[in-house]
Design a protein around this ligand. Structure first.
Ligand SMILES: NC(=O)C1=CN([C@@H]2O[C@H](COP(=O)(O)OP(=O)(O)OC[C@H]3O[C@@H](n4cnc5c(N)ncnc54)[C@H](OP(=O)(O)O)[C@@H]3O)[C@@H](O)[C@H]2O)C=CC1
Ligand SMILES: Nc1nc(O)c(N)c(N[C@@H]2O[C@H](COP(=O)(O)O)[C@@H](O)[C@H]2O)n1
Length: 271
């Protein structure tokens, strides 16, 4: 499971410092973690060439920045589509990062679709002490073998009640406030949400956008073409039914990193 360590230039951390989670204070008990939405996209807003496949987009410098972000958050969340497509490691591979600065991988898997096994990357890394054991948030009890694998490395399975029938077409199986509150209850003070397309598009829905504190997007100089996994949230209309922008970022900074540019901002309307 050994992949080459990444090198991160410390001065790059000053550029993104304003978007980082605040230091947790022992006296405050926020109802939700500081939430950072972060992903890598092509010029045509694609995360991957096709559903179910992984497409490398970040260059070495922006990839190292993503790994630095991982070390600055207590957890990293993905949807089960990404877990299945990528078998991701979800650890921080910057040389010398101690286990206490590794993020907790969290997989949203309401229907228990992730075929997690002893050979899954996150499980192997947890066993080798190079990452934390995964947490799975699901709506149904997992098969005993899967639960055993998760628990054998110190991970946890959270079975939450399925919600009532969806009111809106874009309603997600588990509401985002519920997910964030659950993680907060279990000590997660900062959460990095990496994807994939479904997860990002539902978080960018006008109903959920206010839950996002920071947005950090790597834009790679490539077009992937139609039929990819696209970031494109539900459209929004005003009270007269006229289409209006879903949201615009404020406090924007563009950070060039190698051939990529990293866009940092905060969704408008946040304090
Ligand atoms: N370039 C980048 O930075 C990244 C790229 N990717 C790419 O994205 C692709 C995967 O994206 P996609 O296929 O859209 O899958 P996702 O990773 O977004 O997972 C989607 C699934 O997660 C579950 N889910 C999502 N939201 C919720 C919620 N609120 N409550 C409960 N369950 C939820 C659902 O599972 P169910 O269907 O069982 O209900 C849903 O179908 C891959 O190709 C991957 O490589 C992924 C991350 C980052
Ligand atoms: N930052 C970034 N750049 C890309 O080009 C990507 N394809 C991704 N994908 C995300 O990173 C996960 C893979 O992580 P590991 O290297 O295996 O730890 C993948 O699952 C996506 O969440 N990210």
């Amino acid at each position: 499971m050994s992949r080459p360590p990444l090198t991160f230039a410390p001065h790059h951390s000053t550029l993104i410092a304003p978007y980082m989670p605040p230091s947790p204070s022992p006296s405050s008990h926020p109802r939700k973690p500081h939430t950072t939405l972060t992903f890598a996209t092509s010029l045509d807003s694609n995360l991957a060439l096709s559903p179910g496949t992984q497409t490398p987009l970040s260059g070495p410098l922006s990839k190292a920045l993503t790994h630095y972000l991982r070390s600055r958050h207590t957890a990293i969340l993905i949807g089960v589509g990404t877990a299945i497509a990528d078998d991701p490691s979800l650890n921080c591979r910057i040389a010398g990062v101690a286990l206490e600065h590794q993020p907790r991988p969290v997989v949203l898997d309401p229907h228990g679709r992730w075929p997690i096994s002893a050979t899954s990357s996150v499980v192997q890394l947890a066993r080798e002490g190079q990452g934390r054991a995964p947490w799975i948030i699901t709506c149904r009890e997992l098969e005993a073998e899967k639960r055993e694998v998760v628990e054998s490395v110190g991970g946890q399975v959270f079975v939450v009640s399925p919600p009532p029938p969806p009111k809106f077409p874009l309603a997600t199986p588990i509401s985002w406030p519920h997910i964030l509150a659950l993680l907060s209850t279990h000590g997660i003070t900062s959460l990095m949400i990496e994807g994939g397309g479904t997860v990002i598009n539902t978080l960018l829905h006008p109903n959920n956008m206010a839950l996002v504190d920071s947005v950090i997007v790597t834009i790679a100089p490539v077009w992937l073409g139609r039929g990819g996994v696209q970031v494109c949230p539900e459209a929004r209309a005003d009270e007269h039914g006229a289409k209006v922008p879903v949201s615009r970022l404020r406090d924007v900074q563009w950070v060039p990193l190698g051939e990529d540019v990293v866009l940092c901002g905060r969704p408008a309307g946040r304090g």
